[in-house]
Design a protein around this ligand. Structure first.
Ligand code: N01
Length: 514
């Protein structure tokens, strides 16, 4: 966003809480952290030079490599000179007289800007559950999304990890290799399939570079920002043996979409979904040697309705002697005690607790700032009314003129390759601001009718799917007291881009420009 606005001649300043660039990849430094989108697609595409000059070492890049990439981009375009680090935005208020935003930082600085753009991410407000007694714990504790910069030494330690989402499943095999004992406190068993990570072959990278224009086009028009489409066939049209063979091939291939895309109705029909769910359960039963442990690891929600997880040796890790699975669904964690934690039926001594307990997703990062639009109404108040987010295109919201949310709620964001969705929003927002300048306009605001129609459309797209039947962070269900509702646009990255482009082509239909 900074690069584009600067290129267009706007004076732009970025405020960043951290002391360096990287966002997600700056904060999530836990052992085993890596991206679940293939590195060749998890790129910026705005500069050909970048594509030529950077070579990804592996199919799925690890966190340190992605962070180096982001630093490389920041250096190459000299971005840091317009970024203030260690500067958190506490509040942003729209001033209706001057049509400007007043932005207040935690260091007391106050900034006035015509446009206010949030690039706060969807999964940046880490969630440490409010366990009684945490402050009394005498060991060390960490959240995966706020991992320290120094190496955490697990050797010789009894480590407890709470949570088995993507972060837990990535870190459990890595921590198990170091710790003396690892206790995994699992509430909901998860589906996970092998990533099958490999080093990138130089010939393959060359081939990708030569064909990148085509690849980029396909990424942009795809459903998820990854150039793959679901197989156009119902799981129920194949025989059990045909399905087994197909799932087996997908399992061998590994990766984020191979199983989800094996058939086109896995996210819609419960009976179709059950075929893939049972296939993964059969794999878990086969991999985990202790049948009692295997049984506890069997998931039962609809596959794919939480972010599919890909792993390296996750289920195999339960065959290690130093790893114990503790079911905290049947006996929930009751409190943290000085020596460890207590569940409903036992006490566990721990030196280190790792919270892999996720995030207050989508709205959490926005609500950490006190954002106030017309008449001093806060975003939090606005979205509390009617108990759901309301946006126009997931980019803007009525009553908050000249504010844009990159990958905001009700855009495809986390259901896609974030790089593609981020770039699409950046292009759209910078084109819009350019348009405003070229047409001598100073204020743009979403109309309430357009916003209501978009929000309704988002719900209508999600409603017939199985996503809405699972308690997940997509639904806001992981945060106590948070309103339930599917917070992401499910219509797909390509169709969504078309909708946004059409709005722009029609002179920003659904917005009022003054
Ligand atoms: O968080 P999660 P995450 N007692 O919310 C458990 C992205 N990501 O950080 O399911 C006990 O998925 C909770 O249990 P339950 C990706 O989009 C990407 O792992 O609520 N347990 C669950 O097991 C992902 O989806 C990568 O019953 C409690 C876990 O904590 C998103 O980030 C890597 C609990 C939280 O899982 C979030 O993933 C990592 C309690 N009180 C993350 N509270 C990539 O590969 C929560 N839990 C790019």
């Amino acid at each position: 966003m900074l690069y584009r606005l600067r290129e267009a001649g706007f004076s732009t300043c970025v405020f960043e809480t951290g002391d360096n660039v990287g966002g997600t990849w700056y904060w999530n430094r836990y052992p085993g952290a890596r991206c679940d989108v293939e590195s060749i697609y998890y790129n910026y595409t705005f500069s050909e030079e970048l594509l030529k000059e950077w070579t990804w070492s592996a199919k799925y890049a690890e966190q340190p490599e992605i962070l180096s990439y982001i630093n490389f981009v920041a250096d190459k375009f000299d971005l840091r000179k317009d970024i203030q680090f260690k500067a958190r935005v506490d509040s942003a208020q729209f001033d209706e007289e001057g049509n400007r935003w007043t932005i207040q930082l935690n260091n007391g600085q106050i900034v006035s800007a015509r446009y206010f753009i949030t690039g706060v991410g969807c999964l940046s407000a880490s969630n440490v559950p409010k366990f009684k007694g945490l402050e009394s714990f005498q060991g060390e504790w960490y959240h995966t999304g706020r991992w320290p910069h120094e190496k955490v030494d697990f050797s010789g330690k009894r480590v407890g990890i709470i949570g088995t989402g993507s972060s837990g499943i990535q870190s459990i095999p890595a921590i198990a290799k170091e710790a003396e004992q690892l206790l995994v406190f699992q509430r909901t068993p998860q589906y996970s399939i092998p990533a099958r990570n490999v080093l990138n072959d130089p010939d393959y990278i060359q081939q990708i570079r030569e064909n990148y224009e085509e690849i980029k086009k396909n990424m942009r028009k795809s459903l998820t920002g990854i150039p793959m489409e679901p197989r156009n066939r119902s799981a129920l049209d194949d025989t059990p043996e045909e399905r087994r063979q197909l799932f087996e091939a997908a399992w061998e291939q590994g990766g984020l979409l191979s199983l989800s895309y094996a058939y086109n109705d896995l996210a819609i029909k419960p009976e179709a979904n059950e075929t893939v769910a049972e296939f993964i359960r059969s794999k878990i039963r086969r991999i985990v040697k202790n049948p009692e442990v295997a049984e506890k690891l069997l998931p039962s929600y609809f596959y794919g309705t939480k972010r599919p997880i890909i792993d390296t040796d996750y289920f195999e890790t339960y065959n290690r002697d130093n790893v114990t699975l503790v079911d905290v669904k049947s006996a929930p964690i009751q409190e943290i005690i000085p020596a460890g934690l207590r569940t409903a039926d036992a006490e566990y001594e721990l030196d280190i607790i790792v919270f892999a307990t996720g995030f207050d997703a989508m709205t959490g990062p926005l609500f950490k700032m006190d954002i106030r639009g017309r008449e001093g109404v806060s975003l939090k108040e606005k979205w509390a009314e009617g108990e759901q987010t309301r946006t126009y295109l997931g980019i803007s919201t009525a009553g908050f003129p000249n504010m844009f949310m990159l990958t905001g709620p009700e855009s495809p964001s986390v259901l896609s390759n974030m790089m593609v969705s981020i770039e699409q929003h950046v292009e759209w927002v910078s084109d819009c601001i350019n348009y405003m300048r070229d047409h001598h306009k100073g204020v743009i605001e979403a109309n309430v009718e357009a916003e209501n129609a978009w929000t309704k459309h988002c719900r209508e797209v999600a409603e017939p799917t199985l996503y809405v039947k699972t308690d997940s962070w997509y639904m806001g269900a992981n945060i106590e007291g948070k309103a339930r509702g599917f917070q992401i646009y499910l219509g797909g990255v390509g169709p969504y881009r078309q909708i946004c482009d059409d709005v722009a082509e029609k002179g920003y239909e659904g917005f009022t420009l003054q």
